[in-house]
Write a protein that binds this ligand. Structure first.
Ligand code: CP
Length: 334
């Protein structure tokens, strides 16, 4: 049984098939691939796009979605093994995942890091526990990666460039300022899919402390060795933007400072100039800009960039619907 936890677990042929099916769903919305089937959407964190697009996507394919928010409208869950459950949690993931698997055909999970200890967060324990105990396929709705966002971005780029072959495109993943230290998930994912698709990828970040986890840097290196792309890191804004075909922005907290965010804040605050603005976009090769959303305007990117024809973030957000329908259809009918 196949899950969708990371794109890296799927072959290039499988990803290409999902993207082709997503493009077909975009042309023609309705289908019966989930007729009589259902999906549980388990949200430990807020969402606008993910929840809406999954609920509607299931409906458009004839299926039904149930949304659960543990600790709010569902019981708090324990994930530890051998824990004496005398705290907040009312039931264990061993029961939760197996019970849900008796009701639904797919389980999907959003569980952000706790932002205290990266060594703990990088184990992705909540998602892994759902995958361990579920007897139906599990989909990652964003934990420490965001594979659905990767596919939506890939489809948006394929549409923009008019080809499924993105090899040789110059892709810049730029860190941007945000008042809070955010998840590295989308950055990990952007790096993963851009290198997988054979692009020439630059990770632009303020200092070496903002490098992503070695697991994802390793995936990037492995991917370019296979795809024929390239990967490098830069701390020089002009160098990174010059000639870029794609600028993808995301803010994230520096991993060495996990749990010590008051010490990271001055470094983050000193790099507000990483905002994506017209002057930087003017250095690109008539490049496109995108972001996973939500985005704080005039903090991460200026109004002018967001409202320019170069911005494909809304197209990417729409594509969440289409790619997720393709993922659900593939997993529910394997
Ligand atoms: N990009 C994304 O996952 O959006 P939401 O957090 O609104 O679901």
């Amino acid at each position: 049984m196949k899950h969708f936890l990371n794109t890296q677990d799927w072959s290039r042929a499988e990803l290409d098939a999902v993207l082709a099916q997503a493009a077909a769903f975009k042309r023609s919305k309705a289908g019966d691939q989930l007729k009589g089937k259902s999906i549980a959407l388990v949200f430990f964190n807020p969402s606008l796009r993910t929840r809406t697009s999954f609920e509607l996507g299931a409906f458009q394919l004839g299926g039904h979605a149930v949304v659960l928010q543990p600790g709010k409208d569902a019981w708090p869950i324990e994930f530890g093994v051998g824990t004496v459950m005398d705290g907040e949690a009312e039931e264990h993931i061993a029961e939760v995942a197996r019970v849900l698997s008796r009701y639904v055909d797919l389980v999907a999970v959003r569980a952000f890091p706790k932002f205290q200890d990266w060594a703990e967060d990088r184990e992705d324990k909540v998602l892994r526990a759902f995958a361990k105990y579920s007897t139906v396929p599990v989909i990652n709705l964003e934990t420490i990666t965001h594979p659905c966002q990767e596919l939506a971005h890939a489809l948006a780029l394929q549409e923009h460039f008019g080809t499924s072959d993105l090899r040789g495109k110059k892709f810049v993943l730029t860190w941007t300022y945000h008042p809070k230290p955010l998840n590295t998930a989308v950055a990990n994912s952007a790096l993963t899919i851009a290198t997988r698709l054979g692009m020439d990828v630059t990770l632009l970040c303020p200092t070496p402390e903002y490098a992503l986890d070695e697991r994802y840097l390793g995936w990037a290196r492995d991917n370019v060795a296979e795809s024929g792309g390239s990967f490098r890191m830069s701390h020089d804004i002009t160098d990174a933007y010059t000639g870029a075909d794609v600028v993808y922005a995301k803010s994230w907290g520096a991993i060495p400072y996990f749990g010590r965010w008051e010490q990271e804040k001055p470094i983050r605050d000193a790099h507000k100039h990483f905002i994506v603005d017209e002057a930087k976009m003017a250095l690109t090769n008539n490049g496109v800009f995108s972001h996973c959303l939500p985005l704080r305007r005039n903090v991460k990117a200026t109004d002018a960039v967001m409202d320019s024809p170069a911005c494909i973030a809304i197209e990417e957000a729409e594509n969440r619907l289409h790619v997720q329908k393709a993922v659900m259809a593939a997993l529910a009918n394997q």
